[in-house]
Design a protein around this ligand. Structure first.
Ligand code: HEC
Length: 148
């Protein structure tokens, strides 16, 4: 098969786009339980700050805030390697006994963030507020079951 110039260019563009995605979200999973605890506690505090201010945002600022929150949520499972309860961690062993429940709450948060981003892009204030409510719900839902 002869590869045309056009498709070679298209492949190059796709490769550049792929590299761009990797560079944007340069997440490396923690190497030790201690690093996991430190990273997830920092991530949780950041999410708290984002949620506190997100209600007052709209448009591009709201999109940026929820994009960051969404990125953080996508890292939650990797920040809970099995048995990583060390130092001042408040994580409960129930996390790894109910891993699917734990990750399903994360998935619910990801879906709510997507909905919030779409609503903010569309200027749908009610949809945005409702997505924030759902997101806030996932914090409590998870803490109730999985944090001491
Ligand atoms: C899927 C589960 C899950 C979700 C979702 C979640 N958390 Fe957490 N959170 C935890 C666990 C488990 C801990 C305890 C981590 C540890 O100490 O090792 C924690 C800890 C925290 C802490 C304490 C951090 C510290 O410095 O010790 C804060 C604050 C927090 N979460 C805020 C939030 C907020 C705000 C949200 C929602 C935007 C949220 N969390 C969503 C599971 C979750």
């Amino acid at each position: 098969m002869k590869v045309s110039k056009a498709s070679t260019a298209a492949i190059a563009i796709l490769m550049l786009a792929g590299a761009g995605v990797v560079a944007q979200d340069s997440f490396t999973p923690p190497a030790t339980p201690e690093a996991a605890v430190t990273a997830r506690q920092a991530l949780m505090r950041e999410d708290g700050g984002i949620l506190r201010s997100a209600g007052g945002l709209s448009g591009a600022e709201a999109v940026a805030a929820l994009t960051r929150l969404r990125e953080n949520y996508s890292h939650i499972p990797a920040l809970f390697p099995e048995g990583s309860i060390v130092g001042d961690s408040e994580a409960l062993p129930a996390i790894w006994e109910n891993w699917e429940t734990f990750t399903s709450i994360v998935d619910e948060g990801l879906a709510a963030a997507d909905a919030g981003i779409a609503a903010a892009e569309a200027g749908d204030a009610a949809g945005y507020a409702s997505a924030l409510e759902t997101l806030r719900g996932t914090c409590g839902q998870c803490h109730q079951q999985f944090r001491s």
